[in-house]
Design a protein. Structure first.
Length: 153
C-alpha cells in the first residue's frame, strides 16, 4: 500500500475551480471504488477535470502527467483499498463540501474567489502523489469582485 499523510491545506478557488474539484472527486467516488471501471473509461470521465487534477495530483520528476496516468493511479489505489473504505467515504464527503463552496460562490456574485482550509489526505505512489479533500473545511477569506479580500469569516 502507498504511504499516506493527512494535513490541512489552504486553497484559493474561483467558481469554476470549485466546481471542477467537486466534479473530479464525485467522478472518483462514483467510478473509482470497487466498480470494475477500466482506465480508458475512467480517463474519459476525468478529462473534464484537468484543472482539478492539477490541484489533486503531482507527478514524479521526469514523469509526464496524463489523464490516463492519473486514472490508472487512482484505480490502483482504490482497488488496493477496496470498496467501503474510509477513503471512499472521505472522497464523497470532500465532494459534498466542495459542492457547498461552489454553490456559495454561485449565489454570492459579489465574490469572485474563496479561500478555504480543507482537510486533505495524500498518498505517495511511485508516479507521484494523489491527494483528496476529505471532508468539511472552513472559509478563511472571500475576495470581492474587482476589490480586496475579506478575512473576517
Amino acid at each position: 500500500m502507498a504511504e499516506f499523510r493527512e494535513y490541512p491545506q489552504t486553497l484559493e478557488l474561483n467558481l469554476n475551480e470549485a466546481y471542477a474539484l467537486m466534479g473530479a472527486q464525485r467522478t472518483i467516488y462514483l467510478e473509482g471504488f470497487g466498480k470494475n471501471t477500466n482506465a480508458s473509461s475512467f480517463s474519459s470521465k476525468l478529462s473534464d477535470s484537468s484543472t482539478a487534477m492539477g490541484i489533486l495530483f503531482s507527478v514524479a520528476s521526469g514523469t509526464i502527467a496524463t489523464i490516463g496516468g492519473w486514472a490508472a493511479t487512482i484505480l490502483g489505489l482504490a482497488g488496493g483499498l477496496g470498496s467501503g473504505t474510509t477513503l471512499e467515504r472521505q472522497v464523497k464527503d470532500g465532494s459534498f463540501y466542495m459542492s457547498g463552496v461552489a454553490e456559495y460562490l454561485r449565489n454570492n456574485t459579489q465574490y469572485d474567489r474563496i479561500r478555504v482550509e480543507v482537510p486533505m489526505v495524500e498518498y505517495n505512489t511511485s508516479g507521484g502523489y494523489v491527494r483528496f479533500i476529505t471532508g468539511e473545511g472552513r472559509t478563511t477569506g472571500l475576495h470581492y469582485r474587482g476589490g480586496s479580500w475579506s478575512t473576517d469569516q
